[in-house]
Design a protein around this ligand. Sequence first.
Ligand code: M6R
Length: 616
Amino acid sequence: MCGITGYIGFREAKPIIIKGLQRLEYRGYDSAGIFLFDGKKLNVSKTKGKVADLEKILENKSTKGNIGFGHTRWATHGVPNDINSHPHTSQSGKITIVHNGIIENYDTLKKELISRGYVFQSDTDTEVLVNLIEEIKKKHNVKLGKAVQLALTNVVGAYAIAVFDVEKPNELVVARLGSPIAIGIGKDNSEFFIASDASPFIEYTKNAIYLEDEEMAVIKLNRDIRIRKIKSDSLVKHDIQELTLSLEQIEKGGYDHFMLKEIHEQPKAIIDTYRGRMLPDEGLIKMAGIDDNIDRFLNAKRIIIVACGTSWHAGLVGEYLFEDLARIPVEVEYASEFRYRNPIITENDIVIAISQSGETADTLAAIKLAKSKGAFVFGVCNVVGSSIARETDAGAYTHAGPEIGVASTKAFTTQITVLSLIALKLGKENGSLSTSDFRAYLHTMQLIPSKVEKLLKIDAQVKHIASVYKDSKNCLYLGRGFNFPVALEGALKLKEISYIHAEGYPAAEMKHGPIALIDENMPIFVIATNKGHYEKVVSNIQEIKSRAGKIIAIVTEGDVTVKAIADHVIEIPDTEEAFTPLLTTIPLQLLSYHIALMLDKNVDQPRNLAKAVTVE
Ligand code: M6R
């Protein structure tokens, strides 16, 4: 995925675009570029590297302009280098484009254009699209908007694009299919902003329109925005949305990294997620998405959870929650496997799709497949108005606030919070939970944020453990029951930001293979809280000890047995077993953060990754 932002209006475009690109850099950061129109010609600057590298190039250029757009890239077609960076310009030099997505049939289109005399500079699918637009414009003698529309009807794939033509210097054309585009509207249409999300223009306007799939907009300065369906050509009217996002939410707020800020935001994020939904004193959980569809949930034969990455781990916690608290059978699927497996789905199934970004291509495709087979699809998303939020039949937002660090932290705990609420509610409604147990769970859940707060204070201890194990080449993470997914998540956090190989396993599975890896150089992080399978995990720890492995155990306050055997222990406050993942995950997040920092890695923007994976 990539980030796009642009401006047309009365202000100097460059600083707005550069700041916008910095805010969108979480979407991809292997190259960056900008185009500015100085009233006569297109001025394009682009480079491999980050927005900071682009800024250095721009220091030596005096180009100005009130119209322009920029791009921060996560490479799909063509390696990250200067030439493959966006924007791409048509052969005549008149039309320029930035693109987020993939043109799947670019090869066929490219061959056709080559036969018509086009010569390509880059390996990208995007350069094919801009030349296709140029070719159609010439061939059909049409203006930019029509040429973009016709070109897109020939395209297979996904896109969010912004296009400019020197022959139409007062307009920008944008379009979307599968990748987001927000349009910020200035006062009296005197300026417009475009971006992959609203963060680049939040200090300029709170009014925005979000394009739907297969829509395009021609944005005319001092006039209006005309939105139409790409295929049917019909005009569409969108309500202007008032943005609730604040500048504070998208800045680091005194923390060195977004990841650290987001780890520390978890107590508040969990409260924000259950606020207004969980009413312990009244013994109630109110969730519109569930209440409105309660019969479907109560009659569901099973729940299938689809997600990717960390969201998939939250889904696994969800499986334990639903089965334990509501006695509903659950299957948890990688969205990428589910969509290609010809899965058996019936109208009596409920599919829950979990996604922080709401833009993950595989999850979106899994939703579409499930819907086509008649299943009811419920979304658990963080980004309001995202593609997944719109595509699902009903849903519940997590209220984590913007998550910018690529490594997911508060999204995970708030997803678990939503899944806990749903499981408790269904358990209560279907009689699996007694009223008194249900109420007790709610009161216990209400104490979780203050326990997370307490855990965040053990930072110095975690930092010490990080310093001991930071040079390890491999790590194992073990957990059982509700905490098996936390072991997977702990391992994912470590590998994605520190590049240390790490594996998560159900503790009992260790003896079926991974035990062969254990020696005195292998740190093993074991979640051994006092509920569930404590004795069994203690036996697993003994097995590790006998093979000289280093044990870092996460235990419940007051533990004695594990403390006597482990090399290091981290204590978490006591709680119900079902809620322990909300606590055990915190030290593992901090540990990964500190190790990555000690290894001098880019914590917020780890190599090869992007925040939302909008390609298959
Ligand atoms: O936006 P989503 O929750 O759908 O994203 C899914 C994964 O790409 C994401 O969780 C990824 O695994 C994170 N980088 C993990 O920290």
